[in-house]
Design a binder for this molecule. Structure first.
Ligand code: SF4
Length: 303
């Protein structure tokens, strides 16, 4: 049997809930304070018009999106599901509206979890209390987009908040026992292997439960696309990405669950790199290198 090299999300969910669990991706019709002027304009330089999410139908109500999911073939592949609010900042609204939106997704007993993607500066105690109110019935988790711990890169990508805001949000979520999943990116403009190492060491020392590792890709109508066209940004090659992803896994806290080890750009919006649309190349390449170099999650973890 092939050695398990890292903690896969699917296995984690299967162990936790006794069977396969799938995520229902929802566009909750939110926006983002880094786009509407509250903390910034234009958003993060890599963020597309749909807010770093899949192509979802934001014109439909949340309830309708979930109902349609259950009418599709996807719903036949599992019995348990997590409602996943994906696009933009899904805690950026009044508490009343947030509750209405979350409630409207929880339409049947097959939904056993609520997962919310957001920015650390959209987390405060009221929001966390609301999320925690779902914990008695649902598995609740929050995804925070950190991308990097390098404050200079954070400025360059127009992230719009400093690292201590992230730390504060994690502590608040810890206080209410809500699982935290952190997004980081490999291949950000100007970043080196050392920056990646520092970012992983930074998250290793927070009380988080999971990580999503994304490749940086260029999509249409973004600042990053402009940089790419003008020769100011060169995406990683597939081999470079595989090497850095394996390195990340080897120094990552062995307790974390890895939710992703690449990013999926919407195919019709992808500008570069081409390999990003070949998920199999990425996944197989990472697995092959982990096997060849005998690497596993946390092999070189520095406590
Ligand atoms: S915080 Fe998220 S939604 Fe907002 S601009 Fe950045 S990537 Fe886009």
């Amino acid at each position: 049997m092939e050695k398990v090299r890292y903690n896969h999300l699917n296995e984690y969910l299967k162990n936790k809930f006794g069977e396969r669990v799938l995520k229902i991706c929802i566009d909750g019709g939110f926006t983002c304070p880094n786009r509407d002027g509250k903390c910034g304009n234009g958003g993060c330089i890599f963020c597309g018009e749909k807010g770093s999410g899949e192509h979802l139908n934001s014109y439909q109500s949340i309830k309708k999106q979930v109902e349609n999911y259950f009418l599709s073939y996807k719903a036949e592949r599992a019995n348990k599901f997590i409602a996943y609010f994906q696009n933009f900042s899904n805690t950026y609204d009044s508490i009343e509206n947030l509750k209405k939106k979350y409630d409207s997704a929880l339409i049947n007993d097959k939904i056993i979890g609520l997962s919310i993607a957001t920015r650390p500066d959209c987390i405060d105690e009221e929001v966390v209390k609301l999320l925690s109110s779902y914990s008695s019935k649902y598995y609740v988790s929050v995804e925070l987009g950190l991308q990097t711990s390098n404050e200079e890169t954070a400025k360059k990508i127009n992230r719009g908040y400093e690292n201590d805001v992230f730390t504060r949000a994690v502590k608040l979520l810890n206080k209410y026992n809500i699982d935290v999943i952190v997004h980081i990116m490999i291949g950000l403009p100007g970043e080196t292997r050392l920056d990646l190492k520092n970012t992983i060491n930074f998250i290793n020392h927070h009380n988080i439960q999971g990580v999503k590792i994304h490749s940086t890709y260029v999509i249409k109508n973004t600042v990053l696309e402009n940089m790419y066209i003008n020769g100011l940004y060169t995406p990683l090659s597939l081999d470079e990405y595989i090497d850095l992803a394996c390195y990340s896994i080897s120094i990552l806290n062995p307790n974390f669950i890895i939710h992703r080890i690449s990013g999926d750009a919407p195919k019709d919006l992808l500008v570069a790199p081409d390999w990003n649309s070949h998920k199999k190349w990425i996944m197989n390449g990472i697995q092959k290198k982990l096997n060849q170099d005998d690497l596993w999650q946390g092999k070189f973890y520095n406590q």
